[in-house]
Ligand binder design. Structure first.
Ligand code: NAP
Length: 265
């Protein structure tokens, strides 16, 4: 196969959690640009309307099948419900992106069981529920196998004194363990990999307050990054398409660090 064909996602089906806002919107677009023909996404509808993102994508990609679902991935019944609804639309799924995530920043001694659970329930338990039910019902029946990509964070690999967020750090590190376990358990049919991003700009996302022009910490942060730039939507789209396509056919159980070199300094 020619090298550019290896990156094609032509005719594939994909599901993106947390797809109506932030990184999720860029992931939707990247998958569609690479040829995905049916894209589904979910969110609770609290930040960014599901309908608005569905409409935006349909206007930009009129030939694709696009549908957003309202679903809290930390609630088992809601996950089961979207699996049921999806099975009425598609026979099987090719690509699952676990992107939905939340955080709660405070010094660890000031965190409560509630703030801890809020983060763990979505980032870790929600990813587990989605992966377990989607793989069983929609990915394992796929004769061509499937790809699962988890969006972790650089905080999975290092602590931070500036913005302590213990539940986030712990849950994002746990996603790397989940990646390795599932990659072994479900090989060779399903490949499972993670992306470990740092600060983004150009996306209305969690890190925007630090990276936006005029932010008091922007310049100081840039000085710590060897490439002297933040990660942008194109970097993310390219990483997703690499791990979702045959270009990465020999890779499973790994994480791809998107950080401009921040972690190696
Ligand atoms: N931005 C960054 O710099 C950065 C860096 C490293 C890693 N990440 C990771 O990348 C992912 C996306 O980050 P982001 O910056 O795009 O965050 P964001 O702008 O806050 O978007 C998060 C998305 O997840 C959805 N979501 C949250 N809880 C959910 C739940 N229980 N069930 C279903 N959907 C839920 C949100 O929608 P609703 O609120 O409407 O449900 C929203 O669409 C996260 O996992 C984050 O940890 C981000």
């Amino acid at each position: 196969m020619k090298v550019l064909d290896l990156f094609s996602l032509s005719g594939k089906t994909a599901f993106v959690t947390g797809g109506a806002k932030g990184l999720g919107r860029s992931i939707n677009e990247g998958l569609l640009e690479a040829g995905v023909s049916s894209i589904f996404f979910c969110g609770r509808g609290r930040h960014g309307s599901i309908e608005d993102e569905e409409k935006r994508l349909k206007e930009k990609f009129p030939d694709a099948k696009i549908k957003g679902f309202t679903c809290d991935i930390s609630i088992e019944e809601q996950v089961k419900q979207i699996v049921k609804e999806l099975k009425n639309i598609i026979k099987y799924l090719d690509i699952l992106i676990c992107n939905a995530g939340v955080t709660w920043a405070a010094p660890t001694n000031e965190q409560t069981l509630q703030t801890w659970s809020k983060v763990i329930d979505t980032n870790l338990t929600g990813s587990f529920l989605i992966i377990r039910d989607f793989s069983r019902e929609l990915i394992k029946p796929n004769p061509n196998g499937g790809k699962i990509i988890l969006i972790s964070s650089l905080l999975a690999l290092q602590g931070t004194a500036i913005i302590p967020q213990i539940g986030y750090t712990a849950s994002k590190a746990a996603l790397l363990g989940l990646t390795r376990q599932l990659a072994v358990e479900w090989a060779p049919q399903i490949r499972v990999n993670s992306i470990v991003p740092s600060f983004f700009e150009g996306i209305d996302s969690m890190s925007q307050m630090f990276t936006v022009e005029g932010s008091p910490v922007r310049e100081a942060l840039l000085e710590t990054i060897p490439l002297q730039r933040f990660i942008n939507p194109s970097d993310l789209k390219a990483a997703i398409c690499y791990l979702a396509s045959e270009a990465s056919a020999g890779i499973t159980g790994q994480y791809l660090v998107l950080d401009g070199g921040l972690s190696i300094k």
